[in-house]
Design a protein around this ligand. Structure first.
Ligand code: DON
Length: 560
């Protein structure tokens, strides 16, 4: 009898009573959506070798740095949002770049205090200390099952043996030909013989393969100290940069608690500062939760969404920056009471001119990045957005390393009110300071509800946050992954005071009505974003991986 009781007790504990935080469901399928099929394949290869979602994320990130080095790579940074199934932990690994110790608030201004044209964009002065090598090492050591060296193998192979040029890469090389041609190491890879490579020509990167091998054998030290660090610093300084070996040795990844909030029955988990994403999403969705969106006509719904965007981006400009340097009022900005206050200033039928909002930051003036989403068969998840900022970053490849350096220094506010390359304005909270992380819009995000799970994110500079917002709203309304990535997008970022949209986002009549409300509506001449989504529907048990149709991507699901 006692034995039966003991058995029943054990049975109850194991099967019925959930362990705190632990995921009770197991997808039994793995899914990866990334911006390149070779990166997705690399993730699969690592899963097949017994790796989990975090090992796969190392492989996918490293391969993206090889085959999409105009978007992301070892010379850049990333936010990696993780969910660990065994204990339900949600955490963000912040591998964002930091300003070097010699950086100063006025470093991109001339003696008269005027911005020096493109100084924060071109050449190694524009480069922050990279975070990706440390981020990958950290991920493998703290969350992966496999050694870092094993997960880096697909990237090493592709760098050494080469991969075929594809259309988007060719377009990027053409667009940036001038700056690539300025430095021989970059030209040797992307302008062999001085010409743009043809489609299907093979790009080989032996120096990059060596750098990856150095990281594979020594971990983060293989990049931030020793020979490679010396090479990076002397290359940067020879071309007007200000890095030192201490800057590299001092670089640290930071684990951060995500921003978590609820919206219409869904639990949203997103990136905290120094990303503006989670805070802005919470602010916008809290504002929208006060309206019966499902029961109102589309134009009013768009109007209210735009007004929420305008207010969240105003707060971005005013309050957000690196939390190690400025006090970011996250609790206030993500509180439903704050949103209720914001709502009182929104008129149902009239746009609020941005210059009527309190604390107006006047604008005195007037891509690149990649995202992937992974779910493994045990339910571990990764949403990761990686960036070197604009195409090929600052354009400088350090000789002998194969690494393009980022130009994320432009994500700082180089002077209050001076817009950056994404037309974003900011003030003191995001001013340049030594060792500070520049504010970002990268917004890797999870959403969970009774219906299932969504893992999403996208590149797109300032428009990242509104793309994620529209994706979340669509998913919460019941849309599937394919419809979310195909959605025609619109965006407002407070300054400049325009409602911009993709072709097809609004009908002529809708534009007329939005204009009548006072919105300055502007159609963009191209589509934007490259969203990568994984969804898991609990009822049908279906797992889907979908890449944005605006670009070539690689999305697959495997049964385990
Ligand atoms: O961190 C940020 O917000 C920017 N550096 C992201 C840049 C980006 O998404 C460019 N892609 N199109």
């Amino acid at each position: 009898m006692n034995r039966l009781r003991a058995f029943l007790l054990v049975f109850l504990i194991v099967t019925v009573l959930p362990v705190q935080g632990q995921d009770l469901r197991r997808p039994g399928k793995a899914a990866i959506a990334s911006a390149h099929p070779l990166a997705t394949e690399a993730g699969h290869e690592i899963l097949e070798q017994g790796g989990n979602a975090f090992d796969a994320a190392v492989a996918v990130s490293a391969v993206l740095g090889v085959v999409r080095s105009f978007k992301a790579g070892l010379g850049g940074g990333a936010f990696l949002l993780l969910h660990r199934a065994e204990d339900g932990l949600d955490v963000m690994v912040d591998a964002r770049e930091v300003a070097p110790a010699a950086a100063a608030p006025d470093m991109f201004l001339d003696e008269k205090g005027k911005p020096i044209g493109r100084a924060s964009l071109d050449g190694p002065l524009a480069a922050g200390i990279p975070g990706i090598p440390a981020g990958l090492d950290y991920l493998a050591e703290h969350y992966g099952r496999l050694p870092l060296a094993q997960s880096l193998q697909p990237a090493i192979r592709l760098a050494r043996e080469g991969f075929p040029v594809y259309e988007r890469l060719q377009t990027a090389v053409k667009a940036k030909k001038g700056i690539i041609a300025r430095w021989p190491a970059a030209s040797a890879v992307y302008l062999p013989g001085g010409v743009v490579p043809g489609i299907d020509d093979i790009v080989v990167q032996p120096d990059l393969a060596d750098t990856l091998e150095s990281i594979a054998s020594e971990g983060r030290d293989g990049f931030y100290t020793g020979d490679l660090a010396r090479r990076l610093v002397s290359g940067v300084r020879a071309e007007g940069g200000i890095w030192t070996e201490e800057d590299l040795a001092n670089y640290r990844v930071v684990e951060r608690e995500p921003v978590v909030f609820n919206y219409r029955g869904a639990r949203i988990i997103s990136a905290p500062p120094p990303s503006a994403g989670g805070v802005a999403l919470a602010d916008m969705l809290n504002i929208l939760s006060g309206y019966p969106l499902a029961d109102i006509d589309r134009v009013t719904r768009v109007h209210l969404t735009v007004e929420a965007m305008r207010r969240a981006y105003r707060d971005r400009a005013e309050y957000l920056g690196d939390p190690a340097f400025v006090r970011v009022p996250v609790k206030m900005l993500t509180h439903p009471m704050y949103a209720a206050g914001q709502r009182t200033s929104i008129l149902q039928d009239r746009a609020t001119p941005s210059d009527m909002l309190p604390g107006y930051v006047p604008s005195s003036e007037g891509d690149d990045t990649t995202h992937f989403s992974i779910l493994d068969a045990d339910g571990n998840r990764v949403a990761a957005t990686l960036s070197i900022n604009t195409w090929f970053g600052c354009g400088y490849m350090v000789p002998g390393t194969g690494v393009f350096l980022n130009n994320e220094m432009d994500d700082f506010s180089i002077k209050p009110g001076v817009a950056n390359v994404f037309q974003l304005v900011g003030g003191d909270a995001n001013a340049v300071a030594p060792g500070k992380r520049m504010l970002s819009s990268m917004s890797p995000t999870f959403a969970e509800s009774e219906r299932g799970l969504l893992i999403l994110g996208t590149p797109g500079g300032s428009r990242i946050i509104t793309m994620v917002l529209l994706g979340l709203l669509d998913w919460i309304d019941g849309a599937d992954a394919r419809s979310i990535v195909s959605l025609r997008r619109y965006h407002h970022q407070y300054q400049p005071d325009f409602l911009v949209h993709e072709e097809g986002a609004f009908s002529t009549d809708e534009i007329r009505r939005l204009e009548a409300m006072g919105h300055k509506v502007q159609k963009l001449d191209r589509l934007y974003g490259n969203m990568q989504i994984v969804t898991w529907d609990y009822d049908s048990e279906e797992v889907e991986a979908v890449s944005d149709p605006r670009n070539q991507g690689g999305a697959s699901v495997w049964i385990y």
